[in-house]
Design a protein around this ligand. Structure first.
Ligand code: MG
Ligand code: MG
Length: 273
């Protein structure tokens, strides 16, 4: 991660938006195929082909030695799960994180899917994590600070009794996947890096049903909750503006697929709180 905060021109923001929308379409392609029995490796292959067919390259593959296009984290896995032979099962939740690089700029977004019927308590965790993301985005406005984003996310998660992961954070997005500043999902109002119009940020709450504590598995990638309870992760790439951030990525393509797909996954937004 660079140290200098980058302000993007409107033309550059448009390129981050294009990359971010392609991530949304890729995650919708994943949504078409996610169901009990599918392997995480199969989803990864589908995503890679889709991205390359659209003239872009996977944003994660090869970065820091990452072997895959997607990072798929099931149940107690928080983030950075590596796709492979694991078949998804009814009742799993799977966070699917995806980045693309196109025209020199990255987009980054993640969505946690329900595989078939999922326990109500877990569905509530997904719903609250999406609400945390929305609250974080609402705080990503000109002249606020990164701590305002973190505070909004932390407050909502903890008021629901959940743990906020500290070890992994959101980040700036631009010509590199990870730019300054870091965007923690916890914090104090009025603290942290000052936000300015034109800063592109990936805001990505990682919220645990139980303890906030995590550990990394021996594969050197997968991060899991220490108590084995489920974790959720939703991420948008946004650009800071005065008054209201613009969301550059979208879940709309995903939710259009899920709304039609009664057998596989169901949209988080249909959850009754
Ligand atoms: Mg991501
Ligand atoms: Mg990210």
């Amino acid at each position: 991660m660079g140290k200098t905060v980058i302000i993007l021109s409107d033309d550059e923001v448009a390129l981050v938006r294009e990359s971010s929308l392609l991530v949304g379409r890729t995650l919708a392609e994943v949504a078409r195929h996610i169901a009990p029995g599918v392997t995480t490796g199969r989803l990864d292959a589908i995503a890679e082909e889709f991205i390359r067919d659209h003239g872009a390259v996977p944003g994660f593959k090869g970065l820091y030695g990452c072997p895959s296009t997607l990072l798929i984290s099931v149940d107690e896995q928080v983030v950075h799960g590596l796709p492979g032979d694991r078949a998804l099962r009814e009742g799993n939740v799977a966070s699917v994180d995806c980045g693309v690089l196109m025209n020199g700029f990255y987009g980054d977004s993640a969505y946690t899917f329900c595989v078939g019927e999922v326990a109500p308590a877990t569905r509530k965790l997904l719903q609250v994590t999406q609400e945390c993301l929305a609250l974080g985005i609402a705080a990503a406005v000109d002249n606020n600070r990164t701590g305002d984003i973190g505070f909004a996310i932390q407050q909502h998660a903890e008021s629901n009794g959940y743990g906020v992961v500290r070890e992994l954070v959101g980040h700036g997005v631009g010509r590199k996947l990870h730019e300054a500043p870091e965007v923690p999902n916890y914090g104090k109002r009025g603290h942290g890096v000052r936000l300015h119009s034109g800063m592109a940020l990936a805001i990505e709450p990682m919220i645990n049903m139980g303890t906030k504590e995590v550990k990394q598995l021996s594969d050197g990638w997968t991060v899991v909750s220490r108590d084995g309870k489920p974790s959720a992760h939703f991420e948008h790439t946004v650009v800071v503006r005065a008054g209201k951030a613009e969301v550059l990525s979208t879940f709309q393509y995903i939710e259009d697929v899920l709304a039609k797909n009664a057998v596989g996954s169901t949209p988080v937004s249909t959850i009754v709180k």
